[in-house]
Write a protein that binds this ligand. Sequence first.
Ligand code: ADP
Length: 487
Amino acid sequence: MYAIHAVTPESYTPGGEKNFQFLSEEDQARVWKIFKDCLASPATHYAVDVTINLPSGEKRLTRSQALILRDASGAAIRVVGIEMDITEEKRAETAMARAVEAAEQADRAKSEFLATMSHEIRTPMNGILGYTELLKTTGLTGEQRTYLESIEASGEHLLAVINDVLDVSRIEAGGMRIESAAFDVRDCVSEVFEMLRPVAAVKSLDYCCVMDPNLPPVMVSDRRRVVQVLTNVLGNAIKFTDEGEVRLGVAAERDGGTGDWRWEFRVADSGPGIAPEALAQIFQPFYQVDSSAGRRHGGTGLGLTISRRLAEMLGGTLTVENRSGGGSEFAFILRAAGSVTAVGARPVEPCPEARVKGRLLVAEDNPINRKLCEIQLQRIGCEMQFALDGQEALEAFSGGEFDLILMDMQMPGMDGCAATREIRRLEQSRGGQRTPIIAMTANVRAEDESTCRAAGMDDFLSKPLSQECLAAMLEKWLSPAARSTPA
Ligand code: ADP
């Protein structure tokens, strides 16, 4: 008490009301009122934080806590309390709150930066990959085709790197969404296995896939993410193995307790294995066993970080161990529902050329992507009118008739979301039909998609955009069956 108030027993006699001399007039009135209200009520405790002014002029923050003793009738007979100096505690609390705020701000800035960079890189990538796809269908010499295929492979590689960086930031920000639906697990595994077969063939590896004959045909999970994890682990096995085998094994057994299934995907290789000291590290972001400038294999060191986090988000694990005879074995184990009744076969991918008819309004500010979109839409069989920004799109819409609108999100002046809101408003005032609006954007975060949908868009296409994806989306919204379904 003496220490808190910086006084001595000689100069000061403690006492409830005497303590008031350390408070400002305003605080005296406030504390007195709280105290009196407590006494008048049936309360048995009293607590108040207050700033005290020491004789030296220094200010300290104190907390007074008291017990109010009452007689049988409830009248207060005694108040026993303590006073604590909480100056440092408050200072630390404020510093902590500021640090948290600064960290959150830095995190927001990082997310913003990644989203912007992703957008800025994806926009030209749309032009590079789109025109490459078109150019491949023209008359080329063998030499030109080889060069073009290298451009395409490099473009796809660059896109994979951007996607990895974006995935990591999405997972860190908790923005990665996991879906759950029934799918044909054999079909999913074969898709990954067949996709990577040519890469294994180049190295003449003994490449095989063994699926347990008793595997239930249906798994309930996020097919896309299962494919992503398997592709990464199987791709690594092929990448790091120069000779011998790469084997993918799939099995499942019923989990007695929950009725779910325990799915086990194992990828074994006869490659170099992983040094014991690196085993725990390879799942850390950017870690590569060989990160020297002279390393033989490319990569960002993000694939396994993403894969393990995805495995965990799917309710599973991803682990690795070295095989006794050399090489490593990755185990991706998931607990998920399954069914022994098959789901319908996946629809066969339709032919991309000239398959949908319709008149489209396309809002796109980038001239290269506009031209690319024009060629892609002509090949698909659609007519189109272009708008260079949201305002132009709105004007074109109010004066014309369109079956569907493709809307870029980020445009100068009125952006895609603002234009969509205006179009929806106009439609409502006219009482006419609702025109499907599809976002066609280089912004690919989950929140970008929700922003587009909240503005009134119906679907979402992310750039770079292949002709096949565009055609499939148009078919979804413009096929006779889709048009006859009321919105
Ligand atoms: P990246 O392959 O892009 O470098 P990953 O996160 O997928 O990044 O892998 C991290 C590191 O783990 C690799 O650089 C490699 O050193 C090691 N690694 C992964 N899979 C294997 C494997 N099957 N055999 C040997 N080393 C592997």
